[in-house]
Ligand binder design. Structure first.
Ligand code: DX5
Ligand code: ZN
Length: 221
């Protein structure tokens, strides 16, 4: 198994937006490395979340890596805007892009890291051609659209499959997992080969700092 750095990326979708600055400060101080930013357009997924203005003002509250997950149709149209707003990593859905390679190239041209993701029903073969073109692969462990859903256990097999494909290609690429991750299933997710952990409702409920610390403890950091 690879010894990639384990990273926690709390999803602000479940944060309290009336005090977003404070929430960011809390996860930052408690030791989370990334901030997961879920952008939804009401087309690719049912719900609508937030866009550039929110990211731009959140950017001034923390220096942490902004891990921006675009759940939008034809994301290539907005890459520059999200980079200008403060994205450090941009993840696009293979199902949402007409030209995946051009979209990934656009992200890299803008000077940030590129990642690809796939919905639970989409087979790994759909992203295999792009594995050598991305800095990270995101495995969706819920159907995207909302926080607080139940983890789909078959996602663990997908993580394992992708990790062995990456190993076979000699690629030490990050695998992120997103959806329904909590302190109870975190160990199995790490064991399967994911090293970047997204969690929304499990972090932003109750004592946020404590939740981050619990996650970090299980992650051995
Ligand atoms: C789902 C989003 C997730 C979500 C995770 O569409 O991509 O990032 O916020 O939330 P939890 O951890 O509550 O499933
Ligand atoms: Zn997400």
């Amino acid at each position: 198994m690879s010894d990639l750095k384990k990273i926690l990326s709390p999803s602000i979708l479940s944060a309290d937006f009336k005090k977003l600055g404070e929430e960011l400060e809390t996860i930052d101080k408690a030791g989370a490395e990334y901030v997961h930013v879920d952008v939804m357009d009401g087309l690719f997924v049912k719900s609508i979340s937030f866009g550039m203005p929110v990211i731009k003002s959140a950017r001034s509250a923390t220096d942490k890596v902004f891990d921006v997950h675009l759940m939008i149709e034809e994301p290539i149209r907005y890459i520059e805007d999200f980079v200008k707003a403060g994205a450090d990593i941009i993840t696009v859905h293979v199902e949402a892009c007409k030209d995946v390679v051009a979209t990934l190239e656009k992200i890299k041209e803008c000077g940030v890291k590129a990642a690809i993701t796939l919905n639970p029903p989409t087979p790994v073969s759909a992203i295999e051609p792009y594995l050598d073109k991305v800095d990270m692969v995101l495995v969706m462990s819920v159907n995207p659209g909302f926080g607080g859903q139940k983890f789909i256990p078959e996602s663990l097999d997908k993580v394992k499959e992708i990790r062995s494909l990456l190993d076979a290609k000699g690629l030490d690429t990050d695998i992120e997992i997103d959806g329904g991750v909590n302190a109870g299933n975190l160990a199995s997710v790490l064991e399967a080969g994911a090293n970047v952990i997204v969690a929304g409702s499990a972090i932003f409920s109750g004592d946020v700092a404590d939740n981050v610390k619990k996650f970090k403890e299980i992650m051995g950091a």
